[in-house]
Ligand binder design. Sequence first.
Ligand code: ADP
Length: 170
Amino acid sequence: MRQAIYPGTFDPVTNGHHEIIRRGCSLVDKLYVAVSSNDTKKPEISLSQRKQLIIDDLNNYSESNRIKIQVITLTGLLVHLAVKRNAKIILRGLRAISDFEFEVQMAGLNYRIDNSVETIFLSASEANQFVSSRLVREIASLGGDVSSFVSSNVNNYLLNYYKNKQDKSN
Ligand code: ADP
C-alpha cells in the first residue's frame, strides 16, 4: 500500500492545496494531510479550525478520493511522523520559483534525516500559481472577494472570521 504525507500550515486551505491533494490521490492509496501545529509561523487560524476546514472541504471530493484522505496533526519532525505512519512519500506543491529554494532545502534536509522517505513535488497549475494562504488572508481581512481562491465553505468562514474580528476591534 503506497502512502504519502502532505504537510502544511493550511492557514487556511486554498484551491492550490486542494489541487495538490487531488492530484496526490491519483498517485497513492492513502494520503495523510498533516496540519502543522508549529506556532513559530504564528498561524492566524487555530489548529483545530484549520483541520476542520479541510475535513469539511472533503465533501467536494469524489468518494474514491475521500476514502484515501486522512487529516492529521503534525507535531515534531515531519520525517518522524512519516515513518510512524509508514508513509514513504512526502508530497509538496511548487509555485513558480518562489517556493523553490525553501522546498528544495527542506527536501534535502529531510532526506538527510531519513533517506527512506522521498519528497515528491507537484507543480501548481496555471490557475493556482498565484494562490497563497497569506494573500487569501490579506485580501479577506481587507474585505476583498476570495471566493475564486478557496471553497465556499472556507470563504464563508473567512467572511465571518474577519467580520467578528472587526466588530471586536470597534
Ligand atoms: P507551509 O507552511 O509548509 O509552506 P502551506 O500551507 O503554505 O504550508 O503549503 C503547504 C504546501 O502546499 C507547500 O508545499 C506549498 O508550496 C504548497 N502550496 C501552497 N499553495 C499552493 C498552490 N497555490 N499551488 C500549489 N502548491 C501550493
